[in-house]
Design a protein around this ligand. Sequence first.
Ligand SMILES: [Zn+2]
Length: 213
Amino acid sequence: MPLDTVCCMCRRLYEDGGHLFLKCKEVKAIWRELNLEDVRQDLAEAVSVKEMMVKILNLNHKQQLMSMMLLLIWWGERNKWREEGRRRTAGEVAYLTALLTDRFQAKEAKRLLPDFRQAQSSQAQKWRKPNSGHFKVNTDGAYDSNTGLECWGFIIRDDQGMMVKSSAGEEAFLQNALHAELLGCPAGLTEAARLGLNQVCQEVDASADENCD
Ligand SMILES: [Zn+2]
């Protein structure tokens, strides 16, 4: 069976692991953009996948994460381009790689900080039922000041605590967690209105106040 073995990203050379991830001119631009050209050159000298992995494991933590993230994202890019004809620019892939690496590190830091977890759990409040016949919309937000990325979410429950509906979304370039949380409010209320619920309480995480009408 004849197979097309040419690299689909550059259409110039044969695709193997070394070419696709390290030597293709398309991917080289991204390693450069991420200030990882030295790392790329070193990895390209490896004579086996195992040797390359050992080199990655010996990198400093940030470079290690970023390299792994790039390999993963680039494989996805290659498949998307091959199967669906869609691809990002080198700048976009570099940005995404850096962004996801930062997010991953932020999550990791949270896991490593028991104080942070303790503070979080002591803040958690027990959910209280709304008045009989009412529905309650709870909203919450999360914000990463390094990336300006944030997520909001809401959940609508009935007076027995049964979930009626929930949803979540993501926004970029907003100001803080409260801002994220506030975005969940109209989303939750709009959904409640769409469902025809007319006795609705709203509760946000950052505030103990409830507004019922
Ligand atoms: Zn190529």
